[in-house]
Design a protein around this ligand. Structure first.
Ligand code: FRU
Length: 454
């Protein structure tokens, strides 16, 4: 529970650090029944600072156990973002007595940004490789966030690393020796910002393999950047090639509180987690002794849509946390954490309201666009950007016509709205000065509510 913020805004279903700061999720790997979540963490305060890897584990991606800090800064620099894999075949040789290691690869941010590795046999204590950095660099000002993946073409490990306005690809047999194989970029750069936190993975669709490249594109208040973009295409074993299907940037999330997200290694499904804030105002958010959260975990898939062709879709993996569906009868909302499903057709605005007249609105507008509007949702003066129209009112065209189903996971201050089989979703935080207790629906929509299971 947060005690120093203006209210208790700490979400229940979304991961938050016990105290102090988090940004990006790092080292997402599943192993022996545990989902590991490492994260960019400053243990000194609720603001960005000298980066460490914080650590938590979960069996269900909802209930997290906090563990000691996994990686500390050293003479090569602080510990920026990166990934981890479960090296089941012990290709690295770090395994011992039949125990396979988790191998993490991360950026050391010192005089230059370089990539290092570390391994763990118990999933808690990490040892840094004495031969670090494994990807040295003395020329590129931005060179970071290595994401390791399995390269099925060459049957080896691959890594994608961001480098300014592009990404670089590498190959390795043992996770220690890496060779550069290609680049992708800067086409599709919507913000002229620095590329960060890339991820490369494949998804099956209609019997075909489609490769997906995620890139977080940095931005600032002027260019309204800082969003996750995705490209669809092919990977030939050396580099990713975009198939040119989109002529404008495709955002993973239509909302603005989802950045630096990547997917889990070693899971059958492709599961995504993102940093649940926008870097432009993250450090000003009014949550007191902690600052930061992760988005809900989402299972990613590809969907053929009637109006938008092939799209990346996300399914929130939290339904099991909620109880039975209860039709809404105009009464009070069930607490500060609930799943609200509104079905209908045509334009519709759903308004969650509190006793102070603050309201969070979402729905489908006259132009068949899905929208969220937090312009009157609560406390917002902590940041001019947050309070601005651009960051408050967001809409995105639907890829479907006709009836819709809006699903809103409301978690104290973190809202995630999903519709159209997850081909549209919006992650937005709100800070109401009093809990939303009422709801109004204008238009053609029927609501059911589910409360958190005990
Ligand atoms: C993205 C990012 C990464 C970097 C980390 C530093 O939010 O800027 O590129 O590794 O945060 O905390």
């Amino acid at each position: 529970m947060s005690t120093k913020g203006i209210r208790d805004f700490r979400p229940v279903l979304h991961f938050t650090p016990e105290k102090n700061w988090n940004n990006d999720p790092n080292g997402l790997v599943y192993e022996n029944g545990r989902y590991h979540l490492f994260y960019q963490h400053n243990p000194e305060g609720p603001v960005w600072g000298p980066m460490h890897w914080g650590h938590a584990v979960s069996a269900d991606l909802i209930h997290w156990e906090h563990l000691p800090i996994a990686l500390y800064p050293d003479q090569l620099g602080t510990i920026f973002s990166g990934s981890a894999v479960y090296d089941a075949e012990n290709t690295s040789g770090f395994g011992k007595d039949g125990k396979a290691p988790i191998v993490a690869m991360f950026t050391q941010h010192g005089e230059h940004e370089q990539q290092s590795i570390a391994w763990s046999l118990d999933g808690v204590n990490f040892e840094k490789y004495p031969g670090n950095p494994v990807l040295p660099n003395s020329t590129l000002p931005d060179f970071r966030d290595p994401k390791i993946f399995r390269n099925p073409v060459k049957n080896c490990w691959g890594a994608v690393v961001s480098a300014g306005d592009r990404v670089h690809f590498y190959a390795s047999r043992d996770l220690k020796h890496w060779e550069k194989t290609g680049e992708f970029g800067p086409e599709g750069n919507h913000s002229q910002g620095v590329w960060e936190c890339p991820d490369l993975f494949s998804l099956e669709h209609d019997g075909k393999t489609v490769w997906v490249l995620l890139v977080s594109m940095g931005g600032n208040e002027e260019n309204h950047g800082a969003r996750i973009q995705y490209f669809l295409g092919d990977f030939d074993g050396d580099a990713f090639r975009c198939d040119g299907r989109f002529d404008k940037p495709e955002f993973l999330d239509s909302g603005l509180d989802n950045y630096a997200g990547v997917t889990y290694d070693n899971t059958a499904d492709r599961i995504f987690l993102g940093w649940g804030l926008n870097p432009v105002y993250a450090d000003k958010t009014p949550t007191g002794e902690f600052c930061g959260l992760m988005t809900l975990p989402r299972r990613l898939s590809l969907e053929d849509t009637p109006k938008g062709g092939l799209r990346l879709a996300g399914e929130p993996l939290v339904r099991d946390a909620f109880g039975e569906e209860v039709p809404w009868n105009g009464g009070e909302l069930p607490g500060q954490v609930f799943l609200l499903t509104v079905t209908g057709e045509g334009p519709c605005t759903v308004e969650l309201k509190n006793s102070l007249g603050q309201k969070f609105r979402f729905g489908v507008n006259e132009q068949n666009q899905a929208f969220v509007d937090r312009s009157e949702a609560g406390f917002r003066d902590f940041s001019e950007s947050f309070a601005s129209e651009w960051y408050s009112k967001i809409s995105a065209p639907r890829f479907y016509d006709g009836p819709w189903k809006l699903e809103l996971v409301f978690d104290r201050s973190a809202c995630e709205l999903f519709l159209d089989h997850g081909t549209r979703y919006f992650s937005q935080v709100v800070y109401p000065d009093a809990p939303y207790t009422g709801m109004e629906i204008s238009g053609n929509g029927t609501a059911v509510l589910q409360r958190l299971k005990d």
